[in-house]
Design a protein around this ligand. Structure first.
Ligand SMILES: [Zn+2]
Length: 76
């Protein structure tokens, strides 16, 4: 995974954190989706968690996961 890709992930997470009330978490696959989406494009789920604090926590988690996905042993 390139540094540019990791930076892009981090930048995306920052954007989500800055405007967390415009996003929600899919309860089916844990994707972060735009608030206006009515069904998940990934798993077609329709149950979402719109809690702002949880969206922020989740964005941070996804960003750190992206950065360490090359070295999966970090999770062991
Ligand atoms: Zn989903």
């Amino acid at each position: 995974m390139s540094d540019a890709h990791m930076a892009e992930r981090a930048a995306r997470a920052e954007k989500i954190i800055a405007a967390a009330d415009q996003f929600k978490i899919c309860e089916g696959c844990d994707s972060i989706l735009a608030e206006r989406v009515t069904s998940c494009p990934n798993c077609h789920g329709y149950r979402f968690n719109p809690d702002r604090d949880e969206v922020i926590a989740h964005a941070r988690l996804l960003a750190s996961r992206a950065q360490t996905s090359v070295t999966s042993s970090d999770f062991d």
